[in-house]
Design a protein around this ligand. Sequence first.
Ligand SMILES: C[S@@+](CC[C@H](N)C(=O)[O-])C[C@H]1O[C@@H](n2cnc3c(N)ncnc32)[C@H](O)[C@@H]1O
Length: 277
Amino acid sequence: MNRQTPESLYLDLLKKTLSFALWQEPPLPIEIGGFSRGAAMRSFTATLSRVFRKFNLQIVRDRPMTSDDRNDGKIWPGYAHTMIGMKRLDNLQLAVETCIKEGIEGDLIETGVWRGGACILMRAILAAHGVTDRRVFVADSFEGLPKPDANVASDQGDRHHEQDFLAVSQETVAEHFRKYGLLDEQVVFLKGWFKDTLPVAPIQKLAVMRLDGDMYASTMDALVSLYPKLQKGGFCIIDDFGAVRGCREAVADYRAQHKIEAPIHEIDWTGRYWRKE
Ligand SMILES: C[S@@+](CC[C@H](N)C(=O)[O-])C[C@H]1O[C@@H](n2cnc3c(N)ncnc32)[C@H](O)[C@@H]1O
């Protein structure tokens, strides 16, 4: 058995808290539960919900799922602060701790943070190991995904931008950091579309870049701006590789254009990473 230290115990508990793994997944209010597909039904259920709430009542939807579905980050969770599941949280911890141990220089970034849980874990790892000279960059529109760009073939038909569930404000994410006691000057928010914020981000070196923007353009924009700053031995983590074809294509295109041959490692059914050679 691995020796448990106060740091490892804290980080294990934090991962369970961030992913809501300690509690049963609650039913979702129907207006955010993806209950009704058509616009008319969506508007009807939203109105119905508003009426119910006036009487302190809620209409909720139970979602059948296994503990594997949650552990593997296959659901959009009701309360968790991250949707990436335990295996990808473990992988992120391994990446950050390896960089600290091996002295790989640079900051840490996630592009596509939703409620902020993965970034909170990165900040917590720095705190647990007393690291004060690295920052965590938290990059997001904080208003959900962009509409597909007409010039990006792989993103045509993508409907992520219709999902209000994926739009979490910067204030809410900052509040989540604050609740864990981890909001300070080592946390830097980059608010806006990746194509605008990442090329001018005040980042010199990166040790870990974690890309979780779902679409081709969101993945490619992050790779183009950030990969040149990733240090040798640094980790490039791709959340949506297995789940989203566009993301996979962006990774394949970028790696081919830049002749990157570092082996890609599997984290779980969707997550992948490689270390810069
Ligand atoms: C699947 S969620 C990220 C999940 C998160 N990493 C977690 O730990 O739960 C995708 C996020 O990417 C953001 N996003 C996607 N494409 C973007 C873009 N081009 N510019 C800015 N934000 C983007 C969305 O706003 C959303 O918060």
